[in-house]
Ligand binder design. Sequence first.
Ligand SMILES: Cc1cc2nc3c(=O)[nH]c(=O)nc-3n(C[C@H](O)[C@H](O)[C@H](O)COP(=O)(O)OP(=O)(O)OC[C@H]3O[C@@H](n4cnc5c(N)ncnc54)[C@H](O)[C@@H]3O)c2cc1C
Length: 294
Amino acid sequence: MSSRILPQFALLTPQSISEAVDMLAQYQGQVSVLAGGTDLLVWNYIRKVKPTYVLRLSALDDLDYMNYIPGEGLRIGARAKVAQLLEQPEVAGKFPALYESALTFATPQIRNMATVMGNVLRASPAGDCSCAILALGGQVVLQGPDGQRLVDIDDFWISYGVTARKNDELAVELRIPEPTSITRSAFYRLTRVHEDLAKLNVAVRFEMCQNGCRSARISMGCVGPTPLRLKQTEKLLEGVPVTDELLQQVAAAARKEIAPIADQRSTEEYRRQVSGVILTRVIERAAGTHRIAI
Ligand SMILES: Cc1cc2nc3c(=O)[nH]c(=O)nc-3n(C[C@H](O)[C@H](O)[C@H](O)COP(=O)(O)OP(=O)(O)OC[C@H]3O[C@@H](n4cnc5c(N)ncnc54)[C@H](O)[C@@H]3O)c2cc1C
């Protein structure tokens, strides 16, 4: 008979960030950090990770924040929930891709438990906030025994489930840079049902100019082992007007740049085909040439 009982672990409850870092150093490699638990405590996942210790962040109230700092951007503490992205007024106006990723994220119950940081640290290719953050650009602040270090989001995901975080480091903050007056962004995801993980997600960030787009960042999820930046495809958009012909070239380039797999949510062929379609629609929306309601 199959059983869904969680494996046994010892629970650590540090009262400060420095105590958390000390504990991570002391039990290096045997500890999993618990934020909202919506990934970690899912039976399949914790059974695979089998931590000896689980270090919960529940007493670290000083990591609950989500602050917009004019001129600097968005600062998201490690305990800030996905739901907070929908409550912070500047997120919808200045970081639409991130707002839209939260809007379509699971259910209100999950959004109220899941943290934005947990989404990034899970290092899943399907992470919705992760996809948006990769397009927007940003940094992860890691606190270790020797102090803090900042890792660019472009360098943060190493492979499926693996990040640049060291075992004795706690991820404490996400930093998303301030957009300028010419920045545009958008996000979209395809799912089987709303509560499910994405079949495919896409986010873009553009700096617009008179000719169209001055510079572009495109990210796509569920098309490789980690959220992926489509750097070759981005180049096609730079400095030229967004025309139907260009969008066709962009869709074809994206299909070549991704490496999707088949799984229970989609076939490889479907993902490759639909990636170009979804990407062009998101580009049209962000660039203001939107024609089709999606
Ligand atoms: C029913 C359901 C629906 C879901 N729907 C979606 C969805 O629509 N879109 C989506 O993207 N995801 C979805 N998820 C996945 C999950 O909710 C997200 O990935 C969520 O953001 C994880 O955050 P958490 O706070 O729950 O992380 P946790 O489960 O607590 O942690 C996730 C991972 O990150 C590590 N971690 C967390 N915080 C830190 C830290 N500060 N420092 C170091 N390591 C850390 C943990 O050790 C663990 O490995 C869903 C999950 C469920 C159960």
